[in-house]
Write a protein that binds this ligand. Structure first.
Ligand SMILES: C[S@@+](CC[C@H](N)C(=O)[O-])C[C@H]1O[C@@H](n2cnc3c(N)ncnc32)[C@H](O)[C@@H]1O
Length: 299
């Protein structure tokens, strides 16, 4: 019977040969999955024998990874902002860069709810996550606001044009006990109600240039094209959202839009063209790359 270390070593070599840049981490995570433990368990019990059932499960998971499938889809889970999200090919795997969008949104809500006294009976802040995907942004924000006991003062809506993504987002919302705190809607960008305005618009919409999509690592080809392809310049979907903001954003509202690390100049130019007089601040992510454009009409 092979030991944990032996299976791991063979797995690492196989993944390296298949081109994986994170072969050891991937092999550890997949062996942990097969053994129903975590990475620490794998590392701490390197000399333990592995039964036939677990060895077969590891082999099957390795076959999928060698074929290019992302580890997150094989495991069915991805950590985002310290929370476990169920993931599968119905939606994009949440990326760590997007945690910045959630942090900025949480700060904005805190600022608005605590900055000036709110009149008694004031309506809840209207917040929308456009292109909800797995629910990473809307669900995490709801969980963070619940921890601060601010969730009752916020009305959260989330849209997507993918019914599959919406279903996964609902599942993640229920798993984090905020299923009844987010209104999910199948809508092209914003819901159709003409009279509604939003205090905070959040969006991580597709922003990869169409010609760059086929050049991305093979793992990305397992994710929905609708979640990635932002048209010829990567900003076509975001551009349509910008066109809706003058009518949809409350007078003192804020829109926070995730962009690609190389899109700051194009984004500023697009905002200047579509929303003359509006301000466009760009926040950098932990890698010091432009990541979130913050738009206000108060420039
Ligand atoms: C880059 S993914 C982001 C998913 C999720 N917000 C996250 O951060 O992980 C973009 C999402 O936008 C959705 N989407 C694309 N075009 C859309 C549109 N016109 N209206 C609403 N959602 C759209 C896609 O289906 C996908 O779920």
């Amino acid at each position: 019977m092979a030991t944990v270390r032996q299976l791991l070593d063979v797995g690492v070599v196989r993944l390296r040969e298949s081109g994986s840049e994170s072969a050891r981490l991937d092999a550890e995570l997949l062996l942990a999955l097969a053994l129903d433990t975590d990475r620490t368990g794998v590392i701490a019990h390197a000399d333990a024998p592995v039964g036939d059932g677990a060895a077969a499960r590891f082999a099957a998971a390795m076959d999928r990874r060698v074929a290019g499938e992302p580890v997150a889809y094989i495991r069915g889970v991805k950590e985002f902002h310290g929370l476990a999200f169920g993931v599968d090919p119905r939606a994009l795997i949440p990326r760590p860069e997007t945690e910045l969008l959630v942090d900025l949104a949480e700060l904005e809500v805190i600022r608005r709810l605590t900055g000036a006294p709110r009149p008694k009976g004031a309506p809840p802040l209207a917040v929308i996550d456009v292109g909800v995907g797995s629910g990473a942004v809307a669900v995490t924000l709801a969980v963070l606001l619940r921890r601060r006991r601010m969730l009752d003062e916020v009305a959260l809506t989330a849209t997507d044009t993918s019914e599959d993504a919406l279903q996964l987002a609902r599942e993640n919302a229920v798993a984090h006990a905020v299923g009844d705190r987010i209104e999910f809607q199948n809508a092209d960008l914003l819901p159709g109600e003409a009279v509604r305005t939003w205090d905070l618009v959040l969006a991580n919409l597709p922003y990869v240039r169409s010609d760059a999509v086929p050049t991305l690592p093979i793992a990305v080809s397992f994710e929905p094209a609708l979640a990635l392809d932002g048209g010829p310049d990567g900003l076509r979907v975001i551009d349509r959202l910008l066109g809706l903001l003058p009518g949809a954003l409350a007078h003192a509202g804020v829109a926070m839009l995730e962009i690609g690390g190389d899109q700051a100049v194009e984004m500023r130019a697009l905002v200047a063209e579509r929303l003359p007089g509006w301000s466009c601040e760009i926040e950098l992510d932990l890698g010091r790359l432009p990541r979130v454009a913050i738009l206000r009409r108060d420039a």
